[in-house]
Design a protein around this ligand. Structure first.
Ligand SMILES: [Zn+2]
Length: 258
């Protein structure tokens, strides 16, 4: 069974084990990989594999190690485990900002042998923190959503994504995200446009949990996606706008009010 691009290791291991009617812990045991920490389902938990453990997983799946490593973006593993010659794995809680997002369900079904188990993927590093599948019109912007959202009623999200000719630089993207987040949370610029997107998304996706975080918050990155990219592209075109910016990532509390 192949992993999805950028699938979290915990997600892939859980799905792989489920294909054999096993738990992830049982599968690791069967591969003679010693696991520590508390196994739990993604997205709140990630698993780190030592090089030897990754090699055994590659042997078992018959996916070459390089392919497996490309598909499963490995967060820097704890120093003690990354270089361990032993086959070791460690389950670790993932902080919310680093948790993966629900993957497109149709793409997941196509890569699952029998019964599809939900998959979780890490967002691309050079785009706002979202998962978007333009082919199946699904997207996600928050790990608190158990499944992706149907974005057919908001076609500008797909158009924006397909229209990206050049990915923005990391600095411009960070600034653009900070600015649109600020507008969205406080200034309510573009209020009507964003409100329309939010109401279309919540109507088409009654499964969005109403709390504890409201859909206004959990859908924010998706709703502001077109404007964030436009702004990031503009910042890349006029780098002087960033000349006086601090070199570190901006924080919403230091951004001057308009
Ligand atoms: Zn898809």
């Amino acid at each position: 069974m192949r992993p999805l691009p950028r699938e979290s290791a915990a997600s892939y291991l859980t799905r792989l084990a489920a294909a054999y009617h096993l738990s992830a812990a049982q599968l690791l045991d069967g591969l003679h990989i010693t696991a520590t920490g508390t196994p739990a389902a993604p997205p709140a938990t990630e698993i780190h594999l030592s090089n030897e453990a990754a090699r055994r997983l590659s042997d078992f799946t018959r996916i070459p190690p390089a392919h497996l490593a490309r598909a499963l973006p490995r967060r820097p593993p704890p120093a003690a485990i990354g270089t361990a010659h032993a086959a070791a794995a460690r389950w670790q809680p993932a902080p919310p900002a680093l948790q993966p997002l629900p993957a497109c369900t149709t793409c997941t079904i196509r890569r699952s042998p029998h019964q599809a188990h939900p998959a979780w993927v890490h967002p691309a590093p050079d785009l706002p923190r979202i998962m978007i599948c333009t082919r199946h019109q699904q997207a996600a912007s928050d790990p608190r959503h158990p499944t992706p959202l149907d974005i057919r009623p908001v076609p500008e999200l797909t158009r924006t994504h397909l229209g990206v000719r050049r990915r923005p630089t990391a600095t411009s993207l960070t600034w653009a995200s900070t600015i649109t987040t600020r507008w969205y949370d406080h200034h309510q610029h573009l209020h009507e446009r964003w409100h329309t997107r939010l109401s279309r998304l919540t109507t088409a996706n009654p499964h969005i949990p109403p709390g504890p975080a409201s859909p206004t918050l959990t859908c924010r990155n998706l709703i502001t996606y077109p404007e964030t990219l436009t702004l990031a592209a503009a910042l890349d075109h006029c780098p002087r706008a960033l000349t006086h910016a601090p070199s570190t990532a901006p924080s919403s509390t230091t951004w001057p009010t308009a």
